[in-house]
Each structure stands twice: as structure tokens, then as C-alpha cells.
Design a protein around this ligand. Structure first.
Ligand code: APR
Length: 267
């Protein structure tokens, strides 16, 4: 339940959005927790069940044992094709409909911003996505649906149906470069934003965690909506330590005063 003091802060966030010209929303795993996808660093999160040191591109290529673990993690962390967008994702899609969203930059690979209705060109997936995988041998591309169907939910480690090579999901592993064009766009939009809203990220993973600093250097106002404190809280104008879904629904509710047509969706 959103407390009175937080509600006042969220109304102030709505006011900032109403007055802003270039709103960038930056999301992390915390925004998808209410859709049933565990985050990484909360108590019980994915890194309490798997060892992050296993999830480097090196180990993915060199060891079939870690390859199996990585496919298992992806199943838990974002390939779940049945996960649905929650109120926070729907609120960000509503911001776009209200023409109050420049873009959403996400570290998530779960495609929930797209499922919520944001335009693909306005969703910058800086850690890639789990919709497809490529063969490292012949570069053939496969959809995750067909891989999961063919591998009966990934009991065996998926291999390329064309050449038998290693299939690598199109997500960014530790030690791997971020998609250059996407990250360059994310930097550009962060620097040119006048309001930068973080939702559900611990802001500890480089280089994505540099984006709030780019926005700050560019003179943007900053909002952080996150259960736990983050290293960027000190540079934010408004910090709300509350749930993403309830908070973002409250922000859209607050925008009704400025945009009567704003819809707040359940979820
Ligand atoms: N509402 C608001 N905040 C939440 C919620 C929620 N319902 N659930 C969790 N959080 C917060 C947690 O307190 C935490 O600070 O979301 C944050 C999620 O942080 P992480 O688990 O570290 O996820 P993220 O910041 O996206 O991690 C970045 O690290 O392991 C890599 O590639 C992985 O993209 C990921 C990157």
C-alpha cells in the first residue's frame, strides 16, 4: 500500500512528467518482479540461486555444463513466454500514448515493454532480448518459441538445426559487449532527456548504470522508483522506495489532472 508521503511524491513525479519534453524511463528487473519474473539482487533473487561468475560469454562457449545452466537461468529470467506485463509496464505504454515518452531503456530481456504496447523503436534493449538465438557456427537465427518446442523446454542443450553449432540466445552475457548501436542510442537519449525516471533497478551493473549519470550531466531532472536504495539516489530529485506497479499506476492517476484521457489499467 502506497503511504501518504509516497503518494505526494508520486503526484510530484506526475507534475514533472507533465512539464517535461523528453522523458526517458530506464527499467531493470524490479519492474518485472510483479509479473512473476525474479530479479537478480533482491533476497531470493536469481544471483542467490545461480553463480554470476558462471554466466560469462567465455564459459558459455567453452563448457557445456555452464551452457546448460545458462539456458536454465534464461528460462527463469526472461524466456518465460507466458509472463504478462504488469501495471508498471502498462503505465509506461500509457505515457507513450499520451506523447509523454521519448523512449524506454531497459536492461530486461523479457520483452514485457513490447507486450505492454510500447513501439519497438522506442524500446532500447541494452542487454539484448530472449526472443531469438543465433548459431555461433553459421549465424542462422532461430526464434525462442521454436527452440523451446524442439527441445521440449530445453531438456537438452539446444544446438543449431542447420549445422549442429552452439546456439547463443541474443542476450548480453557478462564479458560481452552491449549491442553498440542500441547503447549509443541509449546514451544519446539519456543525455538529451530533461526527465530521467529509473524504475526497478539496483543501478550497479556497468555500463548501463552509467546512463543516469549521462542524464544528470545533461541537466535532466531525475526520479528513482525502487524498493531498495541505489547508488544514484543522491543525484535524484525524487526517490520513492515502493513497488513499481503501484507507484507507476499512481503516477498515471496523477497525470489525469493534466491529461484527462489518461487510462490507469489494472494488472
Ligand atoms: N518494485 C520496485 N522495485 C523492485 C521490485 C518491485 N516490485 N522488485 C525488486 N525491486 C528492486 C530491487 O530492490 C532491486 O534494487 O529492483 C532492483 C532490481 O535490481 P537487480 O536485481 O540488480 O536488477 P537490475 O538492476 O536490472 O540488474 C542489472 O544485472 O545481472 C545483470 O544482466 C542482469 O540486466 C541485469 C543487470
Amino acid at each position: 500500500m502506497i503511504e501518504k508521503e509516497q503518494k505526494a511524491k508520486l503526484e510530484a513525479v506526475a507534475e514533472l512528467i507533465a512539464g517535461a519534453k523528453n522523458v526517458v524511463v530506464f527499467t531493470g528487473a524490479g519492474i518485472s518482479a510483479e509479473s512473476g519474473i525474479p530479479d537478480f539482487r533482491s533476497p531470493g533473487g536469481i544471483w542467490t540461486k545461480f553463480d554470476p561468475d558462471d554466466f560469462t560469454i567465455d564459459k558459455f562457449i567453452k563448457s557445456s555444463a555452464t551452457r546448460r545452466k545458462q539456458w536454465e537461468l534464461l528460462l527463469m529470467g526472461g524466456i518465460m513466454t507466458d509472463a504478462l506485463p504488469n501495471r508498471a509496464h502498462l503505465a509506461i505504454a500509457e505515457l507513450e500514448r499520451m506523447e509523454k515518452l521519448d523512449c524506454v531503456i531497459t536492461q530486461n530481456i523479457d520483452s514485457l515493454h513490447l507486450k505492454a504496447g510500447n513501439t519497438p523503436t522506442r524500446v532500447l534493449e541494452v542487454h539484448g532480448h530472449a526472443r531469438t538465438a543465433h548459431c555461433l557456427g553459421c549465424m542462422e537465427m532461430f526464434s525462442m518459441e521454436e527452440i523451446i518446442q524442439k527441445n521440449k523446454g530445453i531438456e537438452d542443450i539446444p544446438v543449431c538445426g542447420r549445422c549442429g553449432g552452439i546456439l547463443k540466445p541474443d542476450v548480453v552475457f557478462f564479458g560481452e559487449a552491449l549491442p553498440e548501436d542500441v547503447f549509443q542510442q541509449a546514451i544519446y537519449h539519456s543525455i538529451h532527456s530533461d526527465l530521467f525516471i529509473v524504475v526497478g533497478s539496483s543501478l550497479v551493473v556497468h555500463p548501463a548504470s552509467m546512463l543516469p549519470q549521462f542524464a544528470n550531466d545533461g541537466g535532466a531532472r531525475m526520479v528513482i522508483i525502487n524498493h531498495a536504495p541505489t547508488p544514484c539516489d543522491a543525484m535524484a530529485d525524487i526517490v520513492v522506495h515502493a513497488s513499481a506497479g503501484e507507484s507507476m499506476a499512481c503516477v498515471i492517476e496523477g497525470l489525469r489532472h493534466f491529461f484527462p484521457s489518461a487510462e490507469t489499467k489494472g494488472g
